[in-house]
Write a protein that binds this ligand. Structure first.
Ligand SMILES: Nc1ncnc2c1ncn2[C@@H]1O[C@H](COP(=O)(O)OP(=O)(O)OP(=O)(O)O)[C@@H](O)[C@H]1O
Ligand SMILES: [Mg+2]
Length: 306
């Protein structure tokens, strides 16, 4: 009997130990769970603070965006009114300037009486200057129209050969006067293509004018046109002063003039190539300029045939 009792006591003892162990483990789990809960609450609080902060930053960004849009609208309006001002001023200048040019021409025509050599020289200078101002005014007008989006290009199918020939003929005199060899080689197989005669004439004149202006007496300017694989190619090359390599990418920006050109003390506004690029791209064509400093320059235009 005592044996049985002691057996029961033993079993009771181990049961108690097991219950205590289970209770201890539960206690531990509850403690861990509470700890995790507190950490979660902390994390939640941090998240809420972060979200709030983000919301504030978002509000600031939206406000900044609105301010920037407003400033941008203001700048666009300013730019438009500047282009409009240049356009109106240039228009107003053109008429009196044409009158001045006409007056010098009348004097040189000698219908109003013979000029002595001094008067002749002064009148010729006056005529040259008036032509220069008219060219400048026209160039400013072109730039203003491009910027206002009003530089309409209306291409019609016609002979590119005839246009290039007449521009080259007009420009030859300038080369001859400067003692520059002027060679023109136009392939007869160039088909009729869609061009705006007036605008394309301006582009070709500008490029040939550059070639002559930036070539010293005794040099050579060549105008070539032929049918290439990707369209009509026009190459205007010269043996002139060239352009430093690092300046090539800036040639088509408004008012850019290269160091070599400035050193040569030639007149110019740096608007010519900006207008040329707009005209050529308005014809779905491309223009590329390659140059070797001090040796010469080649401008290549490619125009689509279709
Ligand atoms: N054939 C060339 N040879 C050397 N430099 C050139 C040539 N063509 C252009 N350039 C350089 O590119 C610059 C920009 O040419 P662009 O025709 O735009 O202006 P510009 O000739 O100076 O003035 P304008 O507006 O009267 O034409 C020139 O000032 C010159 O530095
Ligand atoms: Mg020029």
């Amino acid at each position: 009997m005592p044996d049985e009792i002691s057996g029961i006591n033993l079993e009771k003892g181990s049961l108690l130990t097991r219950v205590r162990k289970v209770l201890e483990e539960r206690e531990k789990k509850i403690h861990e769970l509470n700890k995790a809960k507190t950490e979660l609450e902390e994390a939640n609080k941090r998240l809420a603070a972060l979200l709030n902060e983000n919301y504030e930053v978002g509000k600031i960004l939206v406000r900044r965006d609105m301010e920037l849009s407003e400033a941008n609208r203001h700048l666009i309006a300013l730019d438009e009114s500047k282009s409009e001002f240049v356009s109106v001023a240039a228009h107003q200048l053109r008429t009196p300037l044409t009158g001045v040019k006409w007056a010098f021409n009348e004097l040189l025509d000698k219908e109003l009486g013979k000029l002595n050599s001094g008067q002749q020289a002064v009148t010729e200078d006056g005529l040259k200057s008036s032509i220069r101002i008219i060219d400048l005014v026209n160039e400013l007008l072109n730039v203003a129209r491009i910027e206002e989006g009003k530089y309409g290009i209306n291409p019609k199918k016609q002979s590119f050969i005839n246009l290039l020939k007449s521009v080259a003929e007009r420009m030859k005199q300038g080369a001859d006067n400067k003692g520059i060899i002027f060679a023109v080689d136009i392939s007869p197989d160039i088909p009729l293509i869609k061009i705006d005669e007036e605008k394309m004439g301006i582009a070709l004149e500008n490029l040939i004018d550059n070639a002559i202006k930036y070539t010293l007496p005794g040099g050579k300017v060549t105008v070539e046109a032929f049918l290439g694989e990707d369209g009509v190619k026009i190459e205007i090359s010269d043996t002139g002063i060239g352009i430093p390599e690092e300046q090539i990418e800036r040639l088509f920006s408004k008012f850019f003039r290269g160091d070599n050109a400035l050193r040569l003390q030639t007149s110019g506004t740096g608007l010519g190539l900006y207008v040329v690029k707009n005209i050529i791209e308005g014809h779905d064509g491309t223009i590329d300029i390659e140059s070797i400093d001090g040796k010469g320059t080649v401008a290549t235009i490619t125009l689509p045939c279709a």
